[in-house]
Design a protein around this ligand. Structure first.
Ligand code: ATP
Ligand code: MG
Length: 270
């Protein structure tokens, strides 16, 4: 289980106002739950995921994962429990290594086995089986440099690597945003299959309202660093992309009113 308790992240830009990118967020995600996270640009989604992964420090609050209080753990220590896939298909893999060598790096992480295991029959067979289960045919690419594959294929290998040791938590931050729609769809389906196959606890950030409506057990909408909407169960299953688009429109209109009110106040006090 992931338990975030009153987490706050604040950024201080020199000369500018402090930005509360995450503003008192509390969230409990039971083991095996697949949570889709949406929100407008700059609403704090990546900062929230970064604070769980340890790339961003909390100003206050705490984070527990699988029975550990990881609030003060380094990013490196958290990586033993957390798998991540980023937007850039080049971010999670080494382009000059083959698919199998990349997988070997993931398989050896935190393990005593040397990289020589990369050429072992056991790993090759296991890697081929796992790739074939997700995208039939991909197993024939094991000996090709991963840099020669398409962005979508590369993201699928990255997903297989990130879930190799069944992490306590999988974090996906717009991992299909750099892909064309057909490839994005294949990667999303692959993500869903892996999450369900391994019964993973997962947080997936997406800008696609269609994906947000159709995937996952729970949907969270972040706005200005806070959880604005949190639905699961039958309410989540009933949710459509149109409902979400309406919700976004209302938030945008409220923001415009806020901005207009702020300008009026500023005018009054000049
Ligand atoms: N390292 C940083 N230093 C200063 N401000 C930051 C930093 N990272 C993020 N911010 C600010 O924090 C807020 C939240 O940013 P964040 O990247 O978490 O949003 P997001 O919801 O992931 O947006 P997007 O949909 O564009 O990816 C924004 O106002 C952003 O400018
Ligand atoms: Mg982001």
């Amino acid at each position: 289980m992931l338990a975030i308790d009153r987490a706050t992240v604040q950024f201080h830009s020199p000369g500018g106002p402090a930005v509360r990118a995450v503003d008192g967020v509390s969230l409990e995600v039971p083991a095996g739950q697949f949570v889709v996270v949406i929100g407008t640009n700059g609403s704090g989604k990546s900062t929230l995921l970064g604070s769980i992964a340890g790339t961003v420090q909390l100003a206050s609050g705490s984070i527990r994962l699988a029975g550990h209080d990881i609030t003060r753990w380094s990013q490196h220590a958290r990586a033993r429990l957390i798998g991540r896939v980023f937007q850039d298909p080049r971010a999670g893999t080494a382009g000059s290594l083959t698919v199998l060598e990349n997988i070997a790096v993931a398989a050896c992480r935190g393990r005593m086995a040397g990289l020589g295991w990369a050429t072992s029959r056991g790993l090759r067979d296991e890697a081929a089986a796992r790739l074939a289960r997700i995208v039939p045919g991909l197993e024939s690419r094991l000996d090709q440099p991963i840099g020669s594959m398409s962005g979508g294929q590369r993201q699928i290998v990255t997903l297989v690597m990130a879930t190799w040791h069944r992490p306590e938590l999988l974090l996906l931050d717009e991992h299909t945003a750099a892909l064309d729609p057909a490839a994005a769809d294949r990667v999303v389906q692959a993500s869903n299959s892996l999450i369900r196959e391994h019964a993973l606890t997962a947080l997936m950030v997406t800008h696609s309202l269609a994906q947000a409506a159709s995937l996952g057990d729970r949907l969270i909408l972040i706005h200005r660093g806070r959880i604005e909407l949190d639905v699961q169960g039958p309410a989540k299953r009933r949710l459509t992309a149109d409902d979400l688009a309406d919700r976004f429109d209302r938030l945008r209109r409220a923001d415009q009113l806020d901005d207009a009110a702020a300008r009026t106040l500023a005018d009054l006090y000049v």
